[in-house]
Design a protein around this ligand. Structure first.
Ligand code: ADP
Length: 401
């Protein structure tokens, strides 16, 4: 058996998995690990393997120490890079700008190109580069592949990609819609045609990735034509803690009259808004519990969330003209039957009919939740970004031989 190592490196954490690229989306990975509090006195490494959890607490000075210590722990458990065959390392990279659309074999030049994109993702790309650099040092003989969150959406039609702001300013500052969660949208959109028993090039579909971060995409004949996240992942749907689309004038108002700095507004819109901003919680399980206790703010938050979601679904139905499938995925999309039902309630007139029983059935498998006479098929398909990255990295490594 051969595996891929998948690394998702953040500013103070590293998530990693060792994955069989041929496994199913709902399978547990061979190994999953989390390095937390890098640079803090109370670092922590947690590894899950063969149904058991192993945790160590130690100061982790930097990403290199974090990854080296993790690999040593894996080797001790008998599942590390010296014991199992790892044929590729896949790195999640948040921003590929207009430069990268498909996965890229990493060399020094590619690292520099990712570095040049830091102004577009100042929090994410530096952390991704840290992860790439230490992993290349630790595992120099394995091909490393960068998989970009923006890649799938790089060739959006100009009408969807351009913002109606001064063209010179936009060009100078690389302002356009890039879209994010691309690995997930592509992974899900890739599975739907088989469920419809039709070639991908004939399928029009809407994918709703509803996790803590949330985004929607419209895919026409196999190509994305619109997506809800924008130049940054703050745009579009209401999310767990992010506002999604708001009137940009609100930002000027807060700066001029609300006494807030740019950093405070950034924090407000990214971390203190969305469902949490209105209800005080961002987890939909808490939200539903509060709604059942007649908490007014929880009810309002849910309704604002659903309203914005329906607004985007409506927009994409018009953009696509004919919709063959609507698919829910990620934490909320896969688990929250109420959100699915409310997102598509009352649309029988448009050929969208949810089967109540199918929708409420809990399952980790891809499934149809629309009625047999619904002209638009509605699915729940579990996403697995790590598996998708493992598959892409393995495929590119094999191709380059
Ligand atoms: P992330 O964007 O962090 O990858 P996920 O896709 O893992 O997020 O989704 C996490 C969210 O999924 C949680 O915050 C919660 O709102 C929701 N969620 C998870 N399990 C359930 C469940 N059983 N019922 C309702 N919502 C759930």
């Amino acid at each position: 058996m051969t595996y891929a190592l998948v690394i998702n490196s953040g500013s103070s954490s590293i998530k990693f998995q060792i994955v069989d690229p041929n496994s199913a989306a709902s399978d547990d990975p061979f190994v999953s690990g989390l390095v937390e509090q890098i640079g803090e006195p109370n670092g922590r490494i947690t590894i899950k393997h063969a149904g058991e959890k192993h945790a160590t607490q130690l100061p982790i000075a930097n990403h290199k120490v974090g990854l080296e210590t993790s690999m040593a722990m894996l080797n001790e458990l008998g599942c590390g890079p010296t014991q199992v065959e790892i044929t590729a390392v896949g790195h999640r990279v948040v921003h590929g700008g207009m430069v990268f659309s498909v996965p890229e074999l990493i060399n020094d030049q590619v690292v520099e190109m990712i570095r040049d994109l830091i102004p577009l993702a100042p929090l994410h790309n530096p952390a991704n580069i840290d992860g790439i650099e230490v992993a290349r040092e630790i595992l120099p003989n394995i091909p490393h592949v960068a998989v970009f969150d923006t890649g799938f959406f790089r060739d959006l039609p100009p009408a969807a990609a351009l913002y109606a702001i001064n063209a010179e300013v936009a060009a100078k500052n690389q302002i356009r819609r890039y879209g994010f969660h691309g690995t997930s949208h592509e992974f899900i959109a890739g599975q739907v045609p088989a469920m419809l028993d039709r070639p991908a090039s004939t399928v029009n579909q809407i994918v709703l990735h509803l996790g803590n971060g949330a985004s929607a995409s419209a895919i026409k004949n196999g190509h994305p034509i619109d997506t809800s996240m924008g130049m940054t992942p703050l745009a579009g749907l209401v999310m767990g803690t992010r506002s999604g689309d708001i009137d940009p004038g609100i930002i000027f108002h807060l700066a001029r009259n609300g006494g807030m700095s740019i950093d405070e507004i950034d924090n407000l819109l990214n971390r203190q808004s969305g469902v949490k901003g209105i209800a005080g919680v961002n987890d939909f399980r808490d939200l539903h519990r509060m709604i059942s206790e007649e908490n007014e703010n929880a009810w309002l938050a849910y309704n604002v969330y659903i309203h914005q979601l329906r607004r985007l679904i409506g927009a994409y139905m018009i953009a696509l003209g004919r919709v063959d499938a609507i698919t829910f995925t990620a934490g909320v999309g896969e688990n929250d039957a109420a959100t699915r039902a409310d997102a598509l309630a009352g649309l029988a007139h448009y050929g969208i009919k949810i089967d109540k029983e199918r929708n409420e059935l809990r399952s980790g498998e891809p499934r149809q939740i629309s009625t047999d006479d619904s002209t638009v098929r509605v699915f729940v398909v579990p996403t697995n970004e790590e598996l998708a990255i493992a598959q892409k990295a393995t495929a590119l490594a094999a191709k380059l031989g």
